[in-house]
Design a protein around this ligand. Structure first.
Ligand code: ACO
Length: 315
């Protein structure tokens, strides 16, 4: 790739032009998108599992219907995202194999167990809240198919966030035991939710290049800070305590507008979970592998049907 090509490509990015699948693009740009969109798709699909765990135990028909719809939405998000990645020349089979073999990453957050009904509320509020914070800027990503997929995804995520918040609000209006259940869930999910945004900017291998290419619009730390500043007042409103003894209001943060300074994040835990050592990593991959194997007959039948139709057309 010569310097003139790279400069011309960067000029298109700087002019806020969308890059489309058939456009010439640097190999690194293509690779970065395949990696990020693939990881994102896998996160949506694996992300169905922790909440799927509570569908049969939702406390009412209304809660069950909403949770079912949410988990289905996540399946849909995974499918749009696999399709967006396929426009870059990777197949869904290839991406699935990389997930099942442990080669491809997915979000660390989905390797934690869902122990009580309150977890479903806290996940909607925090995990979907964090996902929205990260994904709204992706609607302006320089790669057209990814940006367009994110518009619908974000609308649905916003419904997910509200259904979670409303579950937590209901619990906080309930008995002491229900309030304690919500606090316990917040205690367990707070730090993993902050880790969703990825390592600090100083440790983030891809941020600088991804921001220059306008794949990422904000850095990991900037988005994490926005999330904290939006979420802490919500916790206060709900009557919950954020489990960070070092958290303080700092009037100097956010260019003097003020913000909440957080205590140290346990990055050893983060990397342990990313590398497969979380409580649920093995379970998650086992469940995905079983689904893939159990679905083999559907893929075979669809292929046989397509071949038969093609043969009929020729005849
Ligand atoms: N979980 C697992 N791996 C992570 C996480 C995380 N929370 N955060 C960062 N990483 C990985 C990166 O994938 C990268 O690994 P790789 O080089 O093997 O691909 C490594 O840690 C270094 O991190 P960064 O250089 O900061 O990586 P990147 O620039 O890709 O930023 C981020 C990470 C912010 C997650 C980015 O990829 C992104 O915005 N992705 C799209 C959103 C997404 O995937 N959301 C999934 C969760 S939300 C949901 O599914 C409901």
């Amino acid at each position: 790739e010569d310097a003139a090509f790279l400069a011309a490509f960067q000029a298109r990015i700087d002019a806020e032009e969308k890059i489309e699948p058939k456009d010439a693009m640097p190999e690194g740009y293509r690779r970065t998108l395949v990696r990020q969109i693939g990881q994102h798709a896998h996160s949506e699909i694996v992300g169905m599992l922790p909440e799927g765990n509570w569908i049969t135990r939702a406390p009412s028909l209304r809660r069950k219907a909403a949770l079912l719809a949410k988990v289905q939405d996540e399946g849909g998000h995974g499918l749009y995202l696999y399709s967006a990645a396929e426009t870059l020349g990777v197949s869904r089979e290839q991406m699935t194999e990389e997930l099942l073999s442990g080669k491809a990453k997915y979000s660390s957050i989905f390797n934690y167990p869902t122990l009580s009904w309150a977890d479903i509320g806290i996940i909607g509020w925090l995990v979907d809240g964090a996902a929205i914070m990260n994904q709204i800027p992706l609607c302006r990503c320089s790669f057209g198919p990814y940006a367009r997929a994110m518009i619908r995804v974000c609308k649905e995520e916003s419904f997910h966030q509200r259904q979670g918040y409303e579950i937590v609000m209901t619990l906080m209006r309930g008995t002491e035991a229900q309030k304690a259940m919500a606090q316990d869930a917040l205690d367990r999910w707070w730090w993993p939710a902050l880790m969703m945004f990825g390592p600090h900017d100083s440790e983030s291998a891809h941020s600088e290049q991804s921001m220059a290419w306008k794949i990422k619009r904000f850095s990991n730390d900037a988005l994490r800070q926005k999330f904290i500043d939006a979420t802490v007042p919500q916790a206060e409103f709900l009557g919950l305590k954020v489990p960070d003894p070092d958290m303080v209001w700092d009037a100097g943060l956010n260019d003097g507008q003020g913000g909440y300074r957080h205590g140290p994040i346990d990055w050893d835990e983060f990397w342990r979970v990313v590398k497969g050592g979380g409580v649920m990593n093995r379970d998650r991959i086992r469940a995905r592998r079983k689904a893939w194997e159990d679905g083999a007959w559907v893929r075979e039948a669809a292929r046989a049907h397509a071949l038969k139709r093609a043969a009929r057309k020729v005849a």
